[in-house]
Design a protein around this ligand. Sequence first.
Ligand code: G3H
Ligand code: 13P
Ligand code: ZN
Length: 322
Amino acid sequence: MALVTTTEMFKKAYDGGYAIGAFNVNNMEIVQGITEAAGELKSPVILQVSKGARAYANHTYLVKMVEAAVAENPDIPIALHLDHGDSFEICKSCIDGGFTSVMIDASSKSFEDNIALTKQVVEYAHAHGAVVEAELGTLAGVEDEVVVEAGQESYTRPEEVEEFVDRTGCDSLAIAIGTSHGAYKFTADQCTRNENGILVPPPLRFDVLQGCIDKLPGFPIVLHGSSSVPQDFVKMVNEFGGEMPDAIGIPEEQLREAAKLAVCKINIDSDIRLAMTGYIRKYLAENPSHFDPRQYLKPARQAVKDMVSHKILNVLGSNGKA
Ligand code: G3H
Ligand code: 13P
Ligand code: ZN
């Protein structure tokens, strides 16, 4: 199967009450870990590339690695998506360079400017066989050069989504319902403590999600910032020389509930980074004389695969849907 757009994936996911995982790729081990998991579980998957990933690994290397993964996994649909495109030019460059999907993230602009830029990208993308994800509302957290402090985010306004989708023609919409980018999603002040003293983040705003669904029946919704920051991995990082105090994510049960609704794409990146880093730290601490990168990247790649398998089975529900 060649690279596909997300159109068919999202239609089946919407009707089937599951979501497709969108995982960021930056190097070969990450591409392999994700696609081996998706291939074995017969799950469709979205591989996404940020502006930072293109700067790190180079567009051509990333596309060629994804093409290799497509050749190695001919039985599953794979989409190649630009994550958080911030200009028409980067979207055009990715579409011209083989991506099947792009995100134009003009969510920090005014409503009218967001519409104008999104529409320009949609016109180009649709004329070239690609699809477009847009965003309304802002998430907290760090993404590329943009930092939004916790408490400064703004939820999507359901009363705006219908006009936005009608006027832009976008194919999916990322909304803000309380998820956040990175591994430090909430400050201690925003959380409560359970009976064991563990920090519990504020629940996702399912009322905002439902409001958007009511205005856009049948339309695919996207959630960014959906890593759960598993505490076992935070402990592993901290045990082997790292320092990640107060790292906290979105509870997986809430994401599973969202996936049963209109949420068709769930973005997960930080959990993959955390799993890789935990295993690399552990390996090097336990084998101080080793210096062959293959030795520590092998368990790191396996950790990516295990993390993605876990997400497919327990959060997304996309296993067996290829
Ligand atoms: O939301 C952004 C993704 O986690 C990609 O992050 O800009 O560090 O590549 P990056
Ligand atoms: P996390 O930082 O929660 O993994 O979110 C990733 C993301 O939204 C990429 O666009
Ligand atoms: Zn994002």
